[in-house]
Design a protein around this ligand. Structure first.
Ligand code: HEC
Ligand code: HEC
Length: 233
């Protein structure tokens, strides 16, 4: 008995120590996802504004940092972080920077007291004001514009990481899309089958390398769209 009590104490002590260490390098991005994403949309920029129960985190970040009262510019981030740390545990209509109509539509944020510590909030808020910035928004929008302009098949190939192994005009880990297209001309049946179920040993320069199966990750229709892009590009 005594031994087990002692053991529990040792374990408690060890975990207590670990906890203290962790405060020094909490992951704000992960914590934001864990503690805030059930209500706030975290996308930069949000892809949809439907079914919202709270303002998107991007709007929260821009709001707070725009409206916070500062005497000097260099106080802005520090004061914004302090606002978030307070607001999350002590929200009120008076403190909220939400306009009255939105506040009425969303309802006041329920206090998260007991669900998140001040150290965790420090990490979360630091992440918020370094990630949701006009510069990062512009970059994300520029990438999105590029994606929007691509043919859908190319966009799907990019988004599904096909390009980690394939290039259009040169062999990489797998054969070039150009050489695959040449082989099948306009018939994409075999290609669709291979993308869905994987392929190996068909290309003599790539013996021993497996083309993984994608049927659980990509819909039949999208596989068809990618295959048609490969032959028609
Ligand atoms: C249960 C749902 C819910 C959770 C969980 C939640 N929020 Fe909110 N939050 C809201 C709602 C609703 C609003 C809008 C109304 C308001 O301003 O109180 C809001 C508003 C805010 C505001 C004020 C925005 C402004 O413009 O004044 C901040 C800051 C904020 N949330 C941060 C957080 C952070 C950080 C977390 C995670 C630790 C979090 N929230 C978790 C629902 C939630
Ligand atoms: C891990 C690397 C890897 C990834 C990721 C990958 N491929 Fe492949 N792919 C290969 C290899 C290697 C081959 C050659 C296989 C063989 O010899 O049969 C191949 C072959 C192919 C073929 C020819 C199959 C045939 O039957 O002739 C097509 C089409 C193809 N890949 C499309 C894709 C698409 C589309 C994606 C993304 C959804 C993708 N690949 C992702 C490695 C990869």
């Amino acid at each position: 008995m005594k031994k087990s009590v002692l053991y529990s104490l040792v374990v408690l002590f060890m975990f207590g120590c670990q906890d203290n260490d962790k405060h020094l390098n909490l992951d704000g991005e992960k914590l934001l996802k864990q503690k805030c994403s059930s209500c706030h949309n975290l996308d930069l920029p949000p892809k949809t504004f439907e079914n919202e129960v709270a303002p998107p985190m991007m709007a929260v970040a821009f709001h707070v940092s725009d409206f916070i009262k500062v005497n000097q510019e260099d106080e802005r981030v520090v004061k914004s972080i302090a606002f978030v740390k307070d607001y999350v545990v002590n929200p009120s209509v008076e403190k909220s920077f939400c306009d009255k109509e939105s506040l009425k539509a969303y309802g006041l944020m329920p206090s998260q007291k007991g669900k998140v510590t001040q150290d965790e909030l420090q990490a979360i808020a630091e992440y918020i004001f370094s990630h949701y910035t006009p510069k990062n928004l512009q970059e994300a929008q520029a990438i999105q514009r590029k994606l929007d302009m691509m043919p859908k098949g190319q966009r799907l190939a990019l988004q599904n990481n096909c390009l980690t192994c394939h290039r259009v005009d040169k062999d990489l880990v797998g054969p070039s899309f150009a050489s695959i297209a040449k082989k099948y001309k306009n018939d994409t049946t075999v290609m669709q089958e291979s993308i869905a179920n994987g392929s190996s040993k068909k290309y003599k320069n790539f013996r021993g390398v497996l083309m993984p199966a994608f049927k659980d990750k990509i819909s039949k229709e999208d596989i068809k769209t990618i295959s048609e892009w490969i032959v028609k590009r």
